[in-house]
Design a protein. Structure first.
Length: 409
C-alpha cells in the first residue's frame, strides 16, 4: 500500500530529533545572550508536538552572568511558524529546520502569560489584593497555559489563551452556568488573554477510575450532563472532532514511531472509512473535549465540567467517543488503572443505547490514535511501550467497530 504523508512525517520527525539533539545549544546561547548571559548547563524539560504545526521544546537553562549571580531561565524553541510580536526572539535554521527561540514567561502568541505569572497582579483580580502562590500546571507554548493561584485557603485557576479567544471563553462559561451546568465561574484576568476560574468541588474522574473504575458513577449521568448543554452553543464555532483529523494524528504518531508507519496509516484509513459509513446522529451542543480529566465528581455525582474552550456544535457520539478513547489508553498511561476493562464494558453498555455502537468505537479509535504521539515525553527513555500500547488500543477499538458495522449490514 502507498503510505500517505511520508514527506510531512519526515519533516516532523526531523524537527523532533533536532529538538532532542546537541544542536540546541546554539539557539539557547543566542536566546540567553539577549539578557546578557551565557549557557552554563541545559536540559530539555518538556517536548510538545502538534500534528502538522511543528514541535516545541521547553529547556531549563543555567545561565551565567559576568556581573550578577547565575540563575535558571526557561527557553522555548519551536519549529512552528511564529509571528512577529515585539517580543525578543531569535530565529535561525538548524539542519534544514527553521527555529524560533524566546525566554519564558514571554510567549509570541500568549501575550498575557507574563501578567499571569505576576503573583500580585493575579491576587488583585482573584482575591482583591495581597499576593498569591503561583504554580504552573500546564504550559503549551503558543497555545495555552494553566496556573493555580493560592492565597490562604482559597485557590483559583488562571488560564492563558490567545487574546482573541478570551471573550469567547468567558461567554462559554457564562452560558454553561446559566444552563445549570457545574462549570467554574470565570472572570477576566489581569491582562488580555487571561481568564481567572473559581475552583469547583470534587475530584477528577481520572482518580475515581484509578481507585475502583468509578463504580459509583452511573454512565447515564454523563449522557444526561451532555443533554443539558445549552442550545445556544449551536451558535458557536465548530471544531473538527478528533476522528475527523485521523490523518493528521497518524502523521504525528508515525513521526515518533517511524517503524510503525504503515500500520499507523492503515489504521487512519480504517478510522476515516468508519467515520464515513457509520451514523453520526444529529448536530447538537457538545463539549468537544469530554474525558476523565475534565470531569469532576463526588461519589456518584458530577460536580464540575472543565476545559470548555471547545464547546459548540457537533455530534453526541464524538463526545462519548472522546471519553471512551481516553479510557482505552489509561492502562498505557499508568499501570494502576487496573479497573479499566470492567469500566469500559460498563460505560459502553450504556453509551451503545444512545449512539451507533460501531460509530462510537470507530470515532473512539480516532481519539486513541490522537494520543499516541503524546506518549513521547522529554527525558523519558521508556515511552515507546506506552505509545505502542496506545496504538494497540486504537486498533482494538477500530476492529470492534468493523465487526459491529459488518454485523449490522
Amino acid at each position: 500500500m502507498e503510505v500517505m504523508g511520508m514527506g510531512a512525517v519526515a519533516d516532523e520527525a526531523a524537527g523532533l530529533e533536532l529538538l532532542e539533539s546537541d544542536g540546541m545549544r546554539e539557539p539557547l546561547e543566542l536566546a540567553v545572550k539577549t539578557i546578557g548571559g551565557s549557557v552554563r548547563e541545559w536540559r530539555l524539560s518538556k517536548l510538545q508536538h502538534r500534528p502538522g504545526a511543528g514541535a516545541t521544546g521547553i529547556f531549563s537553562v543555567e545561565v551565567a552572568f559576568a556581573d550578577r549571580p547565575d540563575r535558571t531561565e526557561y527557553v522555548c524553541v519551536t519549529s512552528a511558524n511564529v509571528p512577529e510580536c515585539g517580543l525578543p526572539m531569535v530565529r535561525l535554521q538548524g539542519g534544514g529546520t527553521n527555529l524560533t527561540a524566546w525566554l519564558y514567561p514571554g510567549d509570541p502568541v500568549l501575550v498575557g502569560l507574563a501578567a499571569a505569572c505576576d503573583a500580585a497582579a493575579v491576587a488583585q483580580v482573584a482575591f482583591g489584593g495581597g499576593t498569591a502562590e503561583l504554580r504552573m500546571v500546564n504550559y503549551r507554548p503558543l497555545r495555552r497555559a494553566v496556573l493555580t493561584a493560592v492565597q490562604g485557603d482559597k485557590r483559583v485557576f488562571v488560564k492563558v489563551v490567545r487574546p482573541d479567544r478570551a471573550a469567547a471563553l468567558l461567554r462559554r462559561h457564562r452560558m454553561l452556568i446559566d444552563a445549570g451546568i457545574p462549570a467554574p465561574e470565570a472572570m477576566a484576568g489581569p491582562a488580555d488573554g487571561v481568564v481567572v476560574l473559581r475552583e469547583v468541588p470534587g475530584i477528577a474522574l481520572a482518580e475515581a477510575l484509578m481507585d475502583d473504575g468509578a463504580r459509583d458513577l452511573d454512565p447515564q449521568s454523563l449522557i444526561n450532563l451532555l443533554h443539558q448543554l445549552p442550545v445556544d452553543a449551536l451558535k458557536l464555532s465548530r471544531r473538527p472532532a478528533w476522528a475527523e483529523r485521523s490523518t493528521d494524528y497518524a502523521k504525528a504518531a508515525a513521526a515518533v514511531l517511524p517503524g510503525e508507519q504503515e500500520r499507523i496509516f492503515r489504521l487512519a484509513e480504517r478510522i476515516a472509512r468508519l467515520v464515513a459509513v457509520t451514523e453520526a446522529g444529529p448536530v447538537v451542543p457538545t463539549h468537544g473535549d469530554f474525558y476523565e480529566a475534565n470531569i469532576l465528581a463526588d461519589g456518584g455525582r458530577i460536580t464540575g465540567l472543565l476545559d470548555v474552550d471547545s464547546l459548540g456544535p457537533g455530534h453526541l457520539v464524538d463526545d462519548l467517543a472522546c471519553f471512551i478513547g481516553h479510557l482505552a489508553v489509561l492502562p498505557a498511561v499508568h499501570s494502576a488503572y487496573v479497573h479499566i476493562p470492567q469500566a469500559m464494558e460498563r460505560f459502553l453498555q450504556v453509551f451503545d443505547r444512545e449512539v451507533d455502537p460501531a460509530g462510537l468505537r470507530g470515532r473512539a479509535a480516532g481519539v486513541a490514535l490522537s494520543l499516541v504521539a503524546g506518549a513521547k515525553t522529554a527525558g523519558s527513555q521508556d515511552w515507546e511501550p506506552d505509545a505502542l500500547q496506545r496504538l494497540a488500543a486504537a486498533e482494538e477499538l477500530a476492529a470492534a467497530a468493523d465487526q459491529l458495522s459488518e454485523a449490522s449490514r
